[in-house]
Design a protein around this ligand. Structure first.
Ligand SMILES: [Cu+2]
Length: 286
């Protein structure tokens, strides 16, 4: 049975939702998730007693409803994700502002943050989101739908999808910055300045090709790169944006606000030679 459950985040920026055993076949148009829609202000306690129930920070909850095809999900098999975002009032979000060249940014990670994907679902006029993803391994995955309802504020709706099977948990995250990260055919010297809880950190990538400054970096998502940062437990989705200021052509810096002390994993994404490269790193905020 595909296990999809509600997850409530304490994060100020990322609040959560979700839902319901969708293990049976659905035609994709039935809103059988509606009985679960809307915020549950104290968090859903019914699935294994999630300890992180409750919403801090005052951000209104959004709910991410997920149906998968096939259900249950099998590792290594292309899976269609059908998603809906419900706002705090329970209404389906239909209209999205485009941010960083997409209406919805969908980040998918496995528990423990050892896998990462960044997708852009198709959005139909009714607000139905569709994406295809191949979950690489068994495990519990979190889906973060980063979006801005037209006329509303940026929000992140979160759901979980469990992929059946046995796999050891992800290795414990070990902070590694500053570091030279070899990833996807390039090298990135990664530093994080001011990694302090409640502070604005600066995540800086100096990109190198065979030891030389990388030439020919291409725009990606309306900027010279994109950065996603999550707390190690997956509960905090950290919004990051390109930092102000002039840098060398092979240097891209982002501002990222670390809400709490703890370990965070980030993934910088850079387009070079028409391919998006992913540069992961782990940092501890004090
Ligand atoms: Cu995106």
């Amino acid at each position: 049975m595909n296990r999809l459950r509600l997850l409530a985040l304490p994060a100020a920026l990322a609040v959560a939702g979700l839902l319901a055993g969708c293990g049976t076949k659905h035609d994709g148009t039935k809103q059988d998730g509606t009985k679960h829609q809307g915020p549950e202000p104290t968090g859903h306690q019914g699935h294994g007693g999630d300890p992180h129930a409750g919403h801090g920070g005052g951000q209104k909850a959004a709910t991410l409803v997920v149906k998968t095809d096939p259900a249950p999900v099998a590792a290594g098999q292309p899976t269609t994700l059908k998603l809906m975002i419900h706002d705090a009032g329970g209404g389906m979000v239909k209209d999205f502002d485009v941010t960083h060249e997409a209406k919805v940014h969908l980040v998918v990670v496995r528990d423990g943050l050892d896998t990462f994907a960044h997708l852009h679902p198709a959005v139909d006029p009714a607000g139905n989101l569709t994406a295809t993803y191949t979950f690489p391994t068994p495990g519990t995955y979190r889906l973060y739908a980063d979006h801005q309802p037209t006329g509303g504020k940026a929000n992140t709706a979160v759901a979980e999808v469990t992929v059946a099977g046995q796999l050891p948990p992800a290795p414990t995250l070990a902070p590694n910055v500053p570091a030279a990260v070899e990833a996807d055919g390039l090298t990135a010297r990664v530093t994080v300045g001011n990694a302090k809880a409640g502070g604005e950190g600066v995540v800086r990538f100096e990109l190198l090709d065979a030891g030389q400054p990388l030439a020919g970096l291409q725009p990606y998502m309306g900027a010279m790169g994109h950065l996603v940062v999550l707390s190690g437990d997956g509960k905090e989705y950290v919004h990051a944006h390109p930092a102000d200021g002039k840098t060398a052509a092979n240097v891209v810096a982002f501002a990222a606000h670390f809400p709490r002390a703890g370990v965070y994993k980030g993934w910088g994404q850079f387009r070079w030679k028409d391919t998006v490269r992913v540069v992961p790193f782990v940092v501890k905020a004090d």
